[in-house]
Design a protein around this ligand. Structure first.
Ligand code: PMP
Length: 287
């Protein structure tokens, strides 16, 4: 059976799921999106994802043509139609088709698209042995230019950093902000462990407020671990006992090397491994 894609209230076969070439989502990256996971047929942190989508839209003057409740229902229904249990869900809202100019007032019909598909993950051995990352020369978007809190369709900033990582033989890049402080990776938030305590950059470092980041902070606190959201520089990463990344697709993934410096023992550390276990237990349980 072909996967069905939701566009504006209707379901289309994957091959027929299309939007206009005049859509400003395509022409200018003008729109917002979310990446969501479902585990055993339940959508993980659905409300938080829908809220972030609506907040991103609000920030770019984009009115999503449905309520938050209807959006949540459409996501769950699209999963059900495709009979998916463990899935990756991509929700996209574009500005809609318009003229060949920037003016959003010339657009009509924001397109609401929901794609539910199989999950593509990092290879399992990376969870066991850890990831190598490099610092990218491309800095994270300045919050006064395009705030990284907005999950916009314009991901070129992150793509440039991702290409740098790939060229360096890595799968992820560490991105710094305009002050040279640690911000986040191209599609994940970053944490370090030092003397049994956890440190992660604050939102005002210019990062996406990751939903997995929030979950991991909650899990760590519940396990009695102190978590600091504080300004970090690369020295903090190089000299950490452990490092890991969090994201909807990646979940919790250990980092064992940054810019050719081994982190800690060069193997995934005990705090990271424990948090990964706690994360798996949470997503498997009722949430
Ligand atoms: N930072 C960026 C730039 C991202 O694209 C993502 C993935 N959406 C994250 C962090 C992690 O966020 P989340 O845990 O909500 O997936």
């Amino acid at each position: 059976m072909s996967l069905k894609v939701y566009i504006g209230g209707k379901l289309y076969d994957k091959a027929d799921a299309k939007v206009s070439v005049y859509d400003h989502g395509l022409l200018y990256g003008d729109g917002v999106f979310e990446g969501i996971r479902a585990y055993s047929g339940r959508v993980f942190r659905l409300k938080q994802h829908v809220d972030r989508l609506f907040e991103s839209a609000q920030s770019i003057y984009l009115k999503i043509p449905m309520s938050r409740e209807d959006m949540a229902r459409a996501i769950v229904d699209t999963m059900a139609v495709n009979d998916l249990k463990d899935a990756y869900i991509r929700v996209v809202v574009t500005r809609g088709a318009g003229s060949l100019g920037l003016d959003p007032r010339k657009t009509t019909d924001p397109q609401v698209i929901i794609i539910t598909d199989a999950i593509s993950l990092y290879p399992p051995e990376l969870y066991e042995h850890g990831l190598k990352i490099v610092t990218s020369g491309t800095m994270r978007n300045h919050p006064s230019a395009l705030n990284p809190r907005i999950k916009s369709l314009n991901y070129l900033n992150n793509i440039m950093a991702k290409v740098e990582a790939i060229n360096a033989g890595c799968l992820e890049a560490l991105m710094l902000n305009h002050k040279g402080e640690v911000a986040e990776c191209t599609g994940d938030n970053i944490f370090v462990v030092r003397k049994g305590e956890i440190h992660t950059p604050p939102i005002d470092a210019g990062i996406l407020e990751g939903i997995t980041r929030d979950v991991v902070i909650e899990l760590a606190k519940a396990a009695g671990i102190t978590v600091y959201e504080r300004t970090m520089d690369r020295h903090d990463v190089y000299t950490a006992d452990e490092c890991f990344l969090t994201g909807t697709a990646a979940e919790v993934i250990p980092v064992v090397e940054c810019d050719a410096r081994l982190i800690g023992s060069g193997k995934p550390g005990p705090v990271t491994v424990d948090l990964l276990k706690r994360f798996h237990a949470l997503v498997r349980s009722d949430h």
